[in-house]
Design a protein around this ligand. Sequence first.
Ligand SMILES: Nc1ncnc2c1ncn2[C@@H]1O[C@H](COP(=O)(O)OP(=O)(O)OP(=O)(O)O)[C@@H](O)[C@H]1O
Ligand SMILES: [Mg+2]
Length: 351
Amino acid sequence: MASIDIQNIKKAYGHVQVLHDVDLKIKDGEFVVLVGPSGCGKSTLLRMIAGLEEVTGGEIRIAGNRVNELHPKDRDIAMVFQSYALYPHMNVAGNMSYSLRLRKTAKEKIASAVANAASKLGLDPLLERRPKALSGGQRQRVAMGRAIVRQPKAFLFDEPLSNLDARLREQMRAEIKKLHADLKATSIYVTHDQIEAMTLADRIVAMHGGVVQQVGSPLELYDRPANLFVAGFIGSPGMNFLDATCETSGVRLKDGTLIPLSAPLALSSGAKVTLGIRPEHVVMSDQGGMRAKVELVEPTGFGIILHLSLHGLPFKVFTLDREALTAGPEVGVSFPAQHLHLFDSEGNRAG
Ligand SMILES: Nc1ncnc2c1ncn2[C@@H]1O[C@H](COP(=O)(O)OP(=O)(O)OP(=O)(O)O)[C@@H](O)[C@H]1O
Ligand SMILES: [Mg+2]
């Protein structure tokens, strides 16, 4: 296994720059998850690491060695895609062993590598089957098995579970986590799924418009998002934002409500800020608090999402309290100081 160093990586297609000076050091054995909106450059970055896409500027090092000019097959990296990309005319064992056969690995070695991966992935009874006789989840397992038998320096996953139904995703997610604990393989994993990102990652890299916004542990990004983009992107339902103005004793909302803060702000009085509060951190009350109109009640089974209108703007609350199901036309909301997020006029975290 190996570390992956990405230094000042740029990518342009003609005049369109899609990655801007991406810097990322991935430690040997680390599981890093890339998240960001569609088109922000996640797949492009993975493909450059794999050697499937040319680098416009900067350097990629795998295990300390520059690989920019290296052919994909010489980088010793395995990629697992959303489309499983299995060979339809080969059975499971044939698909899994293909890369080793190409390398003319000894027969006994191939057999033991395939047997080993098959038992890890629960594929033993399926080794003779062709891909068309497998379910989506089984195909994805074969794609992973094919990556594992190569014992590559690193694994790159590009939304590997997004074709699977919710139940199967949940199961595969847990299996990937177990597999990582077992193999300790350096992994970069792209996903749109918040839970996958939070549960699998040692560190999450949040990207937007080809620029890395924040790198940190899942809870660092959740608890202390570095800017408005990360604050709004991580967490579901997403964080609420309200415009406010700084005062010595707190921040004042547009309707005149003063929200006290737990610590003094480094911003001067009168500075414009954005106040953020997660739906699950809002405290609701029948009386008191800021009055908000109830627009919609969404029971999710696990909890309840209330869509409110606060000062005329959409505002969400998430609660486990079933009484919210029968909420009246109005509820009171208040914001505990320890759960407030503040962002300056540039959108960066303030305090
Ligand atoms: N061959 C290409 N030529 C021109 N532009 C490209 C090419 N490949 C990708 N792009 C552009 O580069 C940007 C990044 O694409 P990329 O596929 O990396 O996004 P992504 O973050 O993986 O998105 P998604 O979540 O939808 O998969 C997009 O704006 C895309 O249109
Ligand atoms: Mg992509």
